[in-house]
Design a protein around this ligand. Structure first.
Ligand SMILES: Cc1cc2nc3c(=O)[nH]c(=O)nc-3n(C[C@H](O)[C@H](O)[C@H](O)COP(=O)(O)O)c2cc1C
Ligand code: SF4
Length: 458
């Protein structure tokens, strides 16, 4: 493996080119060559869906949307033609990117939409998809416009439509705009939303690959994952496998680095580069200050202290070994001046706002966590609050709910309190109003204590 040597940008290669969104520039840079090649090979029998799927499997590509599930393997879960009968297969490109700290897909959408379309075309061929959708976060108004313009250009050039370039292959791509709900990024909520319903996650199984949109086999893939597919077909599985730390962490990767660094932004590097190298790419901790903590995979990942992240390979298994989550590789850097209780409260506000409300532990738990955290940072905390916060968090997560949103919501609370307990205690001790309690806050605490003592989870 060429491993971790710095590589020229792949996913971001076209970034900053004049009019990088236009199809002519994309084609001049070699774009759609793989699509044309696969279409031509489809006719001659040189390219088959199985061959393309095997290539993606061999590359070791793991999904870039958060869970890191092997992409090619997920594709093989779609039932064969014999089993699915007349049911069509759908491909959904997940462009809902809404997790605090995550902004890598937006760059791909706004700078190089044809790269995404070509990835979708190739994935559609592998999966026998005739209609693919891009589900884009409502706030990304420009992104939706650029994608629609790119689709129109691709149609005009004959890369989409029916009997594309005489290959016998048909494909339509449609952009579907969400309305700005974080939960719609969760694949089954996304499917519900696409069907025109509220974005409520579904119980799994059945998994979307078997029964997804309109009850048909559906593959949901992240924007960056689909872009990787395009480059795997361009350059081969061995090339992709040769970039990265090891066989389980392969390919180029986008890291969205934000917070207290000199140069926040999206950085491309071989997956698995050591933490220090990534931090250096982002200019180091701002103002030469000391590092305090890092959230390595979007707000849902447990935070790591400076000591815990030292030397860690920035990939799925490296971060998991450090007992956190690589997620979407949204790296939030916090320097020594960071007020952890306030940071945790801020994240808790997001989750309390975004719960879809289907499961009681999540619907009730997220606002209760927020209320208690607010009470602490407002100088009204009680000594028992921290253990109560941990107790409630533990009762919200670990499979108590339909989706993992609740687990995401409690991760910053548990890791924040566990690793920086002294800071929370300091807030509680230096309460400006000793003994102060609003009727409301004492009622809340008492109610939670009663209900948890009774073994209730809500
Ligand atoms: C609450 C929640 C929000 C999510 N948001 C996104 C998102 O915005 N974009 C994304 O690609 N995946 C998101 N995911 C992960 C998707 O459910 C799914 O795993 C992913 O789109 C699969 O694509 P991949 O295999 O290419 O990673 C989210 C998951 C959860 C639980
Ligand atoms: S865990 Fe939360 S977001 Fe997920 S389905 Fe239940 S209520 Fe909705």
């Amino acid at each position: 493996m060429s491993g971790l040597d710095t590589i020229p940008p792949v996913l971001l290669a076209r970034l900053g080119k004049p009019d990088s969104r236009a199809i002519d520039g994309y084609v001049a840079d070699g774009g759609y060559a793989s699509w044309k090649n696969v279409l031509a090979g489809a006719k001659s029998g040189e390219w088959t869906p199985a061959k393309l799927t095997d290539m993606v499997k061999a590359s070791g590509l793991r999904g870039r949307g958060g869970a890191g599930f092997p992409c090619g393997l997920k594709w093989t879960f779609v039932p064969t033609k014999e089993k699915r009968g007349e049911k069509p297969v759908y491909l959904l490109c997940n462009a809902d990117e809404s997790e605090p700290g995550t902004f890598k897909d937006r760059l791909l959408i706004e700078q190089d939409p044809h790269q995404i379309l070509e990835g979708m075309m190739l994935a559609s061929f592998a999966l026998d998809v005739k209609h693919a959708y891009i589900y884009i976060r409502g706030e990304m108004v420009h992104g939706a416009e650029y994608l629609n313009a790119a689709i129109a250009e691709a149609h005009a050039k004959g890369f989409l439509g029916t009997d594309i370039l005489g290959s016998g292959v048909d494909l339509t791509i449609t952009v579907h705009r969400g309305a700005g709900a974080y939960i719609c990024g969760e694949e089954t909520a996304l499917i519900e939303s696409l069907e025109g319903k509220r974005g409520h996650p579904r119980i799994k199984p059945p998994f979307p690959a078997v029964s997804g949109v309109w009850g048909c086999p559906t593959v949901v893939n992240n924007v960056e994952t689909l872009c990787c597919v395009k480059h795997i077909v361009d350059r081969g599985a061995d090339w992709f496998k040769g970039v990265g730390r090891n066989e389980k962490n392969t390919g180029p990767k986008l890291y969205a680095v934000s917070g207290h660094v000199e140069k926040p932004g999206v950085y491309e590097a071989p997956i698995g580069i050591p933490w220090e190298q990534l931090l250096a790419m982002a200019g180091g901790v701002r103002g030469g200050r000391k590092l305090k903590a890092v959230i390595p995979g979007g707000s849902s990942a447990p935070m790591l202290t400076a000591a815990e992240i030292a030397g860690i390979p920035m990939d799925f298994d490296g971060i998991a070994a450090a007992k956190s989550m690589f997620g979407s590789a949204a790296i939030i850097v916090m320097d020594e001046t960071t007020d952890i209780p306030k940071a945790v409260t801020n994240i808790a506000k997001f989750y309390a706002h975004e719960s879809c409300g289907q499961c009681t532990p999540c619907r009730e738990g997220t606002p209760w966590l927020l209320k208690m955290l607010r009470r602490i940072v407002n100088g009204e905390g009680k000594k028992t609050d921290l253990d109560l916060l941990l107790q409630i968090s533990n009762q919200m997560g670990n499979g108590m709910t339909i989706c993992v949103f609740a687990d995401a919501a409690i991760a910053p609370v548990i890791s924040g309190i566990t690793k920086f307990r002294g800071e929370f205690e300091a807030y509680i001790e230096k309460s400006t109003k000793p003994g102060f309690e609003t009727a409301a806050s004492s009622d809340i605490t008492a109610a939670i204590a009663d209900r948890t003592a009774a073994g209730m989870h809500s």
